[in-house]
Design a protein around this ligand. Sequence first.
Ligand code: SF4
Length: 71
Amino acid sequence: MANEKVEVILDTHKCQGYGLCLGADDVFDLDSSVNIARLKTRFVDVSRLGEIEQIARDCPANAISCRVVQE
Ligand code: SF4
């Protein structure tokens, strides 16, 4: 049975640097030189799907999405 993970997808072209995603600071980071978010990790445990979906909904720039993938 494959292990499911959540792939976090960040569109750096849409990101406006609002920083709301930094609540999950093990996943997101803000590059202060350009004020654009970056991913510290691309895959997180599937148990965090709801959390990542909420962060994606809360992003004012709609720059975050996610999908469940098989490892
Ligand atoms: S919440 Fe969205 S717009 Fe704000 S820093 Fe994160 S990805 Fe960028």
